[in-house]
Design a protein around this ligand. Structure first.
Ligand code: IMP
Length: 189
């Protein structure tokens, strides 16, 4: 049976093991290395959620590269998107003429990625790519473009490997999904 944990009274079930995450990180890094041979891209991690994925991905990168970080507002303590994105920390690097690779932990509605594109594109990068470990295919806004995807997942709320629930559980090595509560049986049935 899949491992289970309880957080704030909610039950979560293991969805993606540490072993599968490692394999996906290596696969993504291999593709990025191949596509950026001879270049020195700037990897931009989106805080806070991407910090573990970012650290693992960057250590599989074999080409020259630089790093920087953007911090965006997240879900706060909730399990669904507020539909609003705010910039909490801007970039320190020069974007113009550079090959930029945005590193996201998860794309849900796609609003954050859209926000980042609108922030970076006017600064004239040479190229702009987005890599995400998780991609919620059913909730993402049509037209949201992501270049490298680790796993396509359903719209369930997930935690672990950098992803939080009210700031907790980022340190879990695997990714867990919220276990849907079975509908309550009607009286008399
Ligand atoms: P989007 O803007 O709706 O695509 O959401 C992106 C951000 O929402 C991510 O970088 C996460 O911080 C947060 N997020 C989306 N889905 C989840 C989830 O299932 N668990 C935890 N955080 C999530």
């Amino acid at each position: 049976m899949a491992a289970q944990i309880t957080v704030n009274g909610d039950r979560f079930v293991e969805m993606i093991s540490e072993r599968r995450i490692k394999a996906a990180v290596r696969r993504l890094a291999k593709e990025i290395n191949r596509h950026h041979r001879g270049k020195t891209p700037v990897f931009i991690g989106i805080l806070n959620g991407s910090f573990i994925f970012f650290a693992d991905l960057i250590r599989e990168i074999t080409i020259d590269c630089e790093v920087d970080f953007l911090k965006l507002s997240s879900y706060g303590d909730a399990k669904i998107s507020s539909g609003e994105v705010r910039l909490l920390k801007d970039l320190n690097c020069q974007v113009e003429g550079r090959d930029i690779i945005i590193v996201e932990d998860i794309v849900d509605t796609g609003l954050s990625v859209e926000y980042i594109r609108h922030l970076i594109e006017p600064q004239n990068p040479r190229s702009l790519k987005v890599v995400t470990l998780l991609f919620k295919s059913d909730s993402v806004k049509p037209g949201t473009h992501v270049d490298y995807i680790g796993f396509r997942i359903p719209s369930d709320f997930v935690i672990g490997y950098g992803l939080d629930y009210a700031q907790r559980e980022r340190n879990l090595k695997a990714i867990y999904r919220l276990h849907a509560k079975p509908p309550r049986a009607k009286a008399g049935t």
